[in-house]
Design a protein around this ligand. Structure first.
Ligand code: NAD
Length: 357
């Protein structure tokens, strides 16, 4: 059955990197006969310039009907003066909300050939392969808030962190299923020594594991300890499941471990459809120069094949091709070191496609 992908290049380097990823997907389709079809839509500053809004209804409608969405990046200085509701970044939040994307998945894997790029010592970085499962539509980012009020003569502001049992059950099941396909180990991260919402989180995670996933190894970590363990013992982790705010902070910390933002993919998963995007932004400083590293977007496309389109073999083949390309010394400028084969974005895409053959 044909599988329909909506491609949203967005702004800056978004077009270059999504073009590269689609080329790789087309090659994989030739080999694995997946019957992929594509439709391009606007979002971000580019959409604002054309339609006066960062997320046109037409884009949202197409996304709702798609089997999966491949997203580049949005943003740029030329739109920074706009009021918050019209800024390019609103497109991402709008898509998460209107498509009900409730899980953010961020794999952080340090390949042996890339270990020298990690800020960690090689013996600590070796073997790092973490999947962060972040709850994306609940918690303090979506709780009640007060911008300003006066109490006893003093101005104060507040935000509410709240989780329900069904919300925690849903994300826990997702993490447990991900662990089944990996190394069978889940670490749930909370702050249950202080927060009531974290105590409910922990109780619920334990219940789901005991009743539905007895074969998965589960442990718990306070968020402050987890932040330290990422830096001193990252290879301990397999799947990490956590709340929206803790996941936001921890996934950015984990991203740094690999040494280049041009390498890391992500997925935002919903019940109906899911969106796949590199973790980097629109990189206005290098946009249009053809030097952007397409690997994060190519690996996002591989995640799309695995999590949305049930094409595990093609996903594995793309990941293997990326690894071998790096092992063979191909490097875009952001990850270049003396003695390596320097290529631009297109050159990197071509090298990945060659390795896929
Ligand atoms: P950025 O990720 O765009 O760039 C940070 C640095 O990394 C820059 O030096 C850039 O050149 C480099 N870089 C990023 N991706 C690269 C790639 N694929 N290859 C080579 N080098 C790469 O972050 P920023 O500079 O903080 O933000 C720029 C714009 O992107 C802002 O408008 C921001 O709001 C937006 N942004 C968008 C998203 C998104 O669309 N999901 C995420 C983060 C930032």
């Amino acid at each position: 059955m044909a599988k329909h992908i909506v491609v949203i290049p967005g702004d800056g380097i978004g077009k270059e990197v999504t073009d590269g990823a689609v080329e790789v997907l087309k090659k994989a389709d030739d080999i694995y006969h997946m019957d992929l079809s594509y439709e391009w839509k606007d979002a971000g500053g580019t959409a604002y310039d054309k339609y006066g809004v960062p997320l046109p209804e037409d884009t949202v409608d197409a996304c709702r009907k798609a089997d999966a969405i491949l997203f580049g990046a949005v943003g740029g200085d030329q739109w920074d003066h706009l009021e918050p509701a019209l800024r390019p970044e609103k497109a991402i939040l709008g898509l998460r909300k209107s498509l009900g994307l409730y899980v953010n998945l961020r794999p952080v894997k340090i390949a042996d050939s890339m270990i020298e790029y990690s800020p960690l010592k090689p013996e600590i970085a070796k073997g790092t392969d973490i999947m962060i499962v972040r709850e994306l539509v609940g918690g303090i980012y979506f709780g009640k808030r007060c911008e300003s009020e006066i109490v006893d003569g003093a101005e104060q502001a507040w935000d509410v962190e709240k989780y329900s049992v069904p919300e925690v059950e849903r994300i826990t099941r997702f993490a447990m299923e991900a662990a089944k396909k990996r190394h069978g180990h889940v670490t749930s991260v909370d702050k249950s020594n202080v927060l009531a919402s974290s105590r409910l989180w922990r109780r619920t995670v334990i219940k789901v594991q005991e009743e539905e996933y007895p074969d998965i190894r589960l442990d718990h970590m306070y968020v402050d300890n987890c932040a330290q363990q990422f830096a001193i013992h990252p290879s301990f982790f397999d799947v990490v499941v956590t709340s929206n705010m803790f996941g936001d902070i921890l996934s950015d910390e984990a991203a740094v471990l690999s040494g280049s933002v041009g390498m890391l993919p992500s997925a935002s998963i919903g019940e109906e459809t899911s969106l796949y995007e590199p973790i980097h932004g629109s990189a206005p400083d290098i946009a249009g120069k053809g030097i952007a590293n397409p690997i994060a977007t190519v690996l996002s496309a591989a995640m799309m094949l695995r999590y949305s389109l049930n094409e595990d073999k093609a996903a594995e083949a793309i990941e293997k091709a990326v690894n071998e390309t790096l092992e063979d010394g191909f490097r875009t400028g952001d990850i270049y070191r003396d003695g390596m084969k320097k290529v631009n974005g297109e050159g990197m895409t071509e090298a990945i496609i060659d390795h896929l053959k």
